[in-house]
Design a protein around this ligand. Structure first.
Ligand code: CU
Length: 634
């Protein structure tokens, strides 16, 4: 007998609510009939009111972008930064892309992008500018593509009297050991030695050199060798290198730093980073300055704990040796209400598996670090996601999913939650995700739930392992409920963020391969998919008719609203890359209803509500949030 769609649907409905959840949220279904049925089921108002709904958006061709970095600006527009977008050809051509999208009007704009900001870091400044620092100076070269031995050489100059001079790209260095020649790949300035009293301190500068020939005889490891600069006879000037190899060459970091001005809609150059950084994390700290940690340096070596601070008034970076601490790249850092910093153990990039992996609370006042124990699957923090749970007053951080270090197999469905306000903070178990996954996105919603979506079971979506699942986490009950499943897979180089209208935008994804047998190269996912949570299907929304534009911490302010206010939240917008976001947080406001509105009170602690722009959401008795209204906090 042929089963009509209606009959099938009736059978599913008769099977009861529990079975219905399995049917529509279970793994990707096989038959066309079933697929049509689930599409139909997911389009029903009752389904949307419980699980929400997704909608795929194709950006116009001119604005299609490899969205590696996504930032919600205080103008309500979304900044999508690709830079070269993990495309070596675009890098070689100097084609760097940034797109600004206005979700309110669905309009787009290409923004001139001065440097390759691909894989830099970002954080907000109190005035709403986005500080963006680091990026890509040179692409990686995989081992089988390395033709010539290469490495870092140090030029030392012991002569105090000569003027600074430039060693030009293409200059040749000859090995004193065997006469083999190596070529400078960049210009560098050599300074004279510095004399103090009777002592001469040689100057030194590093550069990347490449063997002139292709043989293995050019390679050496961990032995000091000396070189002379051809055609130049400066006594006391020589090159030194200890490793020049045919090994894989990592990405080289950039020292670029810009403030993106959301009103002028352009990048404004600031003082450079003191160290080039690829995969750094930036974190807003006291007074609105910004801390930069970790990253690969200008030669692709992971930075050994040298962190630095951006002085927002001088618009300059300075080294912070007093804060020396090693982290793997793109560590997940959270500013706590007491001014300390929590490192959850998540990192999105690279690093040795035995160093900098322990979660803990970092006190920037004295550079001490207190371990937070209890994390399960502690070897699977790489490519995990971490989120400061709502409301931020609870000072709880969740770590979700993750995988083995590097491209090794293995991923986890674990979520654990640390209560950082506890006397002895430790991780305790949260609910398991529906599937083990790396790169899940975690987005804080204005009704105090958290959307956890996407990711892939294997490294960079290998073996077609994208997870088409989403859940809503409720921090109060520590439980997950199934959300409508996303259609677009999201693995490496993917992000998600809350829009002012209460929807969630997901973008990016950079699979290593394009097929399940891992034989063809993957393509960067340029579709955007937008999630509307259940609260958008519950009827009329409350409105904030009037609110001050500036709110000071520790004060009470009046708002006019369309209904009685159940909760009020200040949600700090996201600045997210590689599922790492040091910004998003939702701060609860004290609520006292008045006639026609409410009096709202903001906590006084800077660590809880760092200066900057926030979206003010109120919810009604049903838990339905208003549209976010932009408010500046000082
Ligand atoms: Cu990356």
């Amino acid at each position: 007998m042929r089963i009509t769609r209606r009959k099938l649907r009736n059978q599913v409905l008769i099977a009861g609510a529990g079975a219905l959840l399995v049917a529509v949220n279970g793994p990707q279904v096989a038959s066309a009939g079933q697929r049509a049925m689930t599409v139909y089921e997911r389009s029903r108002p009752a389904y949307k009111a419980t699980h929400g709904a997704w909608e795929t958006v194709n950006l116009p061709d001119l604005f299609k972008v490899n969205a590696v970095h996504s930032v919600l600006l205080s103008t309500g527009k979304v900044l999508l930064i690709a830079g070269s977008g993990n495309d070596a050809k675009k890098f070689a051509a100097g084609t760097f892309k940034t797109v600004l999208w206005d979700p309110a009007t669905d309009t787009y704009k290409n923004i001139p992008t001065p440097k390759d900001l691909f894989c830099g870091g970002h954080a907000f400044l109190p005035n709403g500018n986005v500080l963006i620092a680091g990026g890509t100076r040179k692409y990686e070269v995989l081992q089988d593509k390395v033709e010539r031995a290469a490495g870092v050489m140090t030029i030392r100059n012991e002569a105090p009297n000569n003027e600074p001079f430039t060693v030009r790209k293409g200059s040749l260095f000859t090995s004193q050991t065997n006469g083999l020649k190596y070529r400078a790949t960049e210009d560098v300035v050599v300074r004279p030695a510095h004399v103090s009293g009777l002592r001469v301190h040689p100057s030194s500068v590093e550069l990347w050199v490449e063997a002139v020939g292709k043989g293995t005889e050019y390679a050496f490891k961990n032995v000091g060798r000396q070189f002379s600069l051809d055609g130049l006879d400066v006594p006391g000037l020589y090159g030194l290198a200890s490793t020049i190899s045919l090994d894989k060459q990592e990405y080289h970091g950039l020292d670029a730093s810009y403030e993106f001005d959301p009103h002028a809609e352009k990048y404004v150059e600031t003082g450079k980073l003191t160290k080039a950084r690829w995969y750094p994390s930036l974190l807003s700290i006291r007074g609105g300055d910004v801390l930069a940690v970790s990253g690969l340096d200008k030669y692709g070596v992971i930075i050994n704990g040298d962190n630095e601070v951006y002085d927002r008034e001088q618009q300059k970076w300075h080294a912070a040796p007093e804060l020396k601490r090693f982290f793997p790249t793109y560590p997940a850092l959270f500013r706590l209400a007491n001014g300390k910093v929590f490192y959850s153990g998540s990192n999105a990039g690279y690093g040795p598996d035995d160093e900098g992996r322990t979660p803990g609370i970092w006190d920037l006042k004295d550079n001490t670090f207190k371990t937070v124990p209890g994390l399960r699957d502690a070897g699977m923090n790489e490519t995990s996601s971490s989120v400061l749970l709502p409301p931020a007053q609870d000072q709880k951080v969740m770590i979700a999913g993750g995988g083995s270090v590097g491209d090794r197999k293995g991923s986890t469905a674990r979520t654990d939650v640390a209560d950082l306000d506890a006397k002895s903070p430790r991780y305790t178990p949260g609910p398991d995700l529906p599937s083990a996954a790396r790169y899940v996105s975690t987005v804080v919603l204005p009704d105090d739930s958290v959307l956890i979506s996407g990711g892939s079971r294997d490294y960079r979506g290998r073996s077609a392992s994208d997870v088409h699942e989403a859940s809503l986490y409720d921090p109060a009950s520590n439980t997950l409920t199934p959300a409508a499943p996303p259609q677009v897979g999201r693995n490496y180089h993917s992000e998600a963020l809350l829009l002012p209208d209460g929807r969630i935008m997901t973008m990016g994804s950079d699979p290593l391969y394009g097929d399940s047998s891992n034989t063809t190269a993957g393509t960067f996912e340029q579709r955007v998919e937008i999630y509307s949570p259940p609260y958008l299907f519950h009827g009329a929304r409350p409105r904030v008719a009037q609110a001050p534009e500036l709110v000071r911490r520790g004060t009470t302010f009046e708002v006019r609203t369309s209904t009685r206010v159940a909760t009020a939240r200040l949600v700090r917008p996201s600045a997210v890359t590689h599922v790492t976001d040091t910004e998003q947080r939702s701060v609860a406001l004290g609520v006292e209803n008045t006639s026609g509105g409410a009096r709202l009170t903001l906590d006084a602690r800077e660590g809880l509500t760092p200066s900057g722009w926030y979206m003010l959401f109120v919810t009604d008795a049903k838990g339905t949030p208003s549209v976010g209204r932009w408010v500046q906090v000082r």
